[in-house]
Design a protein around this ligand. Structure first.
Ligand code: NAD
Length: 318
């Protein structure tokens, strides 16, 4: 009988604040890993979170959870970075760039001292800028540096459309592309519900998708983080599950289409900037990019979004 290869799904999480621990908890519930290492600037925080999560073990699939340091990243299949300052009320994600770029540089160098050819999943904001910083500082091929990008924004978009149309969000295929931030671009022309375009779905649900409805949805998607932060101080459940979705696509070689952030190499005329497009994600990281035919407005907005990110990169020396 052929022996099964060992299940070595090991995730290292750097930064065990709200987002890092929401991800760890969701990964445990979803059985996404066999081993999770928690790394934080404050070791006791990582240690306490590991102790707490371990007490969930009798109720879920086995997973070994420990606190650790950069040396624990040596054999990690996925290194997830959520460390850094979080967005404060009224602060944009781009305001965080300078502060978090320094932290990212330090973390990437710490990981690269121990790990050979890791795959990074960058979540710290501004995520597109920091994915670029991680790519440059690591020297890894672009396919191995994934940003969570607009996976969360696309989930918010799908949720709002599903709510309006009365359909399971899993049957709503809708993408937000570009920056994870104020210049992000909803691809209305590509929205597909249960195999038909959005406009063709209107007679099915009986509620029209007027221009004002569309504006309201975009405003809600773009403003979601600000609205949540003003009420509860941080966002972490939606991003936690979005991260599990990406982690599983990598660790289980799912070849899933997700709007992750990664280096653009000429798509839509854009280069030397990381941002989100629908991409195939698998055990090697980012695979092919889906080059959809966009409307002129969508294409222009995407190019504009690329310049917003590029300007920030230049302002911090990249
Ligand atoms: P948090 O303040 O709760 O946690 C940050 C953690 O990082 C802390 O535990 C801190 O000790 C640790 N840390 C800081 N510097 C470190 C270093 N050099 N090495 C190791 N650990 C370090 O913040 P949070 O709410 O968890 O948010 C984390 C980041 O995720 C923020 O940048 C936030 O904006 C971002 N975020 C991104 C998305 C997304 O969609 N990409 C969504 C939500 C939040």
């Amino acid at each position: 009988m052929l022996s099964q290869p060992a299940d070595t799904r090991k995730i290292a999480i750097i930064g065990t604040g709200m987002v890092g621990t929401a991800f760890a908890y969701a990964a445990v519930l979803e059985g996404a890993a066999r081993e999770i290492v928690l790394v934080d600037r404050t070791f006791e925080k990582a240690e306490g979170e590991a102790m707490d999560l371990n007490h969930a073990m009798p109720f879920c699939s086995p997973v070994n959870i420990e606190p650790g340091g950069y040396e624990s990243c040596a054999d990690a299949d996925l290194v997830v970075v959520t460390a850094g300052a979080a967005q404060k009320e009224g602060e944009t994600r781009l305001d965080l760039a300078g502060k978090n770029a320094k932290i990212m540089k330090e973390i990437v160098s710490g990981v690269m001292e121990h790990a050979v050819n890791p795959i990074f999943l960058i979540v710290t904001n501004p995520v597109d800028v920091l994915t670029h910083v991680a790519f440059k500082e690591s020297g890894l091929p672009p396919s191995r540096v994934i940003g969570s990008g607009t996976v969360l924004d696309s989930a918010r978009f799908r949720f709002l459309l599903s709510d309006h149309c009365g359909v399971d969000p899993r049957n709503v295929h809708a993408h937000i592309v570009g920056e994870h931030g104020d210049s992000e671009v909803p691809l209305w022309s590509r929205v597909n519900i249960g195999g038909v375009l959005l406009d063709e779905f209107c007679p099915v649900c009986g509620r029209s998708c007027s221009a004002s409805f569309r504006e309201k949805v975009v405003k809600q998607v773009r403003g979601a983080a600000y609205e949540i932060i003003s009420r509860k101080g941080a966002t972490y459940f939606g991003i936690g599950m979005s991260m599990v979705r990406i982690a599983k696509a990598v660790l289980e070689d799912e070849h899933s289409v997700l709007t992750v952030s990664g280096l653009l190499e000429g798509e839509y005329g854009l280069k030397d900037v990381c941002m989100s497009l629908p991409r195939v994600v698998n055990r090697a990281g980012i695979g092919s990019t889906i080059h959809a035919d966009l409307s002129d407005d969508e294409r222009d907005a995407l190019v504009e979004s690329g310049s917003v990110i590029r300007e920030t990169l230049e302002s911090i020396g990249y």
